[in-house]
Design a protein around this ligand. Structure first.
Ligand code: PLP
Length: 401
């Protein structure tokens, strides 16, 4: 993701091109590195730190939970699971949740649900529709579902049973699945994150919902990045007024505590029986408390409204500063999930922003991505633009497309 990389520690595996700083602590939307330099956090740990850093209500709740019980086991009932599942079903209109620790795990559970759905119907070799430029994780199955050859390179053979289609093209979906009795599910992000902030159109979502109903397929929406209030609704697909059958969540759900969940509606909620699926760490009391408190604090402080309003303000300001400049292709996204697509690779902007005191990311080579904490204020949004706009302008002036 970054253009340059400081060498890793000799003992940490070399899986990331890292920036040459280490963060030490944070407060709200600011973080400080180990040298004492401050940064405005436009990345939120990649859409994870929903409540920013050191939130005055989250921290004491987690401290209390740690002193009580961090982990028990899924051998026993976990009251926090009951509580968080109830809340997630209330917010989504779905019926049941399974808890795990990461996004890819939530997606693995979704893929297993789809296959089980097929097998229960007598389909021996179920197939799942996935999308170009999708990102679903880095396990063998989820990297096979991912639509990025760079993620797959070197890890074949890939898992079979996926059919890939372009975004927002209902005719292409119909054509790719025509006469195929093995299709069991359609699986996609409402707004692709790693793929470069590509939204599905609301009309397309309604068309896919209808097709899934007609053909008895599961509609499975990966809301790992775009969910949990980031776009101004609890889940991004709710803008289209539809409900999926299966919805993986993770990133923002625990405000930084590792947590994943797959939430399912009536057609998928009862496919697993004891022994079909599980995880040691998933659903532990600390992670459940993090999820419960995150949602409680989001409701109390009206953070959906904040994401919508500050997001619209930020997008407007970016459009005024950068929209229409030669080299700026498009500014897109919703709420506090925004992308600025340039007409050329721009990984170096990540480094320059960091040097200027702003954390962000560059994804899909040429898309500057902003996914800050949902507590971002209008003043902080303005500060992001004040730092970022001159960097983008300088970059475009010096680098050939
Ligand atoms: C980040 C991401 C994942 C993978 O989540 P991990 O916690 O890194 O496994 C899956 N899907 C989407 C849409 C993501 O953004």
């Amino acid at each position: 993701m970054s253009a340059t990389a400081a060498p890793s520690s000799p003992h940490v595996m070399n899986t990331y091109g890292r920036l040459p700083i280490a963060l030490s602590h944070g407060q709200g939307c600011r973080v400080w590195d180990t040298e004492g330099r401050a940064y405005l956090d436009g990345l939120g740990g990649i859409a994870v730190n929903t409540l920013g850093h050191n939130h005055p209500e989250l921290v004491p709740a987690l401290q209390e939970q740690i002193a009580k019980l961090i982990h028990s086991s899924n051998y026993y009932h976990v009251p926090g699971q009951e509580q968080l599942a109830t809340k997630l079903t209330e917010l989504s209109g779905l019926t049941n949740a399974f808890f795990c620790c990461t996004g890819l795990e939530a997606n693995e559970a979704a893929l297993k649900l789809a296959r089980k759905f097929g097998h229960d119907k007598g389909i021996e070799r179920p197939e799942i529709v996935v999308y170009e430029a999708a990102f679903h994780g880095r396990s063998i199955a989820t990297l096979s579902a991912t639509g990025n050859p760079k993620v797959q390179q070197g890890f074949g053979p890939l898992v079979e049973g996926f059919i890939r289609v372009p975004l927002n093209d209902i005719e292409a979906l119909k054509k790719a699945t025509e006469g195929n009795p093995n299709v069991v599910a359609v699986f996609f992000e409402t707004i692709q994150g790693e793929g470069g902030i590509h939204p599905m159109r609301w009309e397309y979502l309604r068309q896919v919902r209808q097709l899934c109903d007609e053909r008895d397929w599961l509609m499975m929406i990966d809301e790992v990045q775009c969910g949990m209030g980031r776009t101004g609704k609890w889940f991004a697909h709710q803008w289209a007024g539809i409900k999926p059958d299966v919805m993986p969540l993770a990133k923002g759900l625990g405000s930084g505590v590792p947590i994943g969940a797959v939430v399912a509606g009536p057609r998928a909620a009862n496919l697993f029986a004891p022994g079909n699926h599980g995880t040691t760490f998933g659903g532990n009391p600390l992670a459940m408390r993090a999820g419960i408190e995150t949602i409680r604090i989001m409701e109390e402080h009206k953070l959906l409204d904040n994401a919508a309003n500050v997001g619209a303000h930020l997008k407007g300001a970016l459009e005024r500063e950068l929209g229409g400049l030669p080299g700026v292709r498009e500014i897109r996204g919703q709420g506090l999930m925004l992308g600025i697509e340039l007409d050329r690779p721009c990984g170096v902007i990540l480094n320059r922003a960091c040097e200027a005191g702003l954390l962000l990311s560059v994804t899909a080579d040429s898309v500057i991505r902003l996914v800050p904490p949902l507590i971002l204020s209008v003043a902080e949004a303005d500060e992001i633009v004040a730092i970022l706009a001159p960097i983008v302008k300088t970059f475009l002036a010096e680098a050939a497309p």
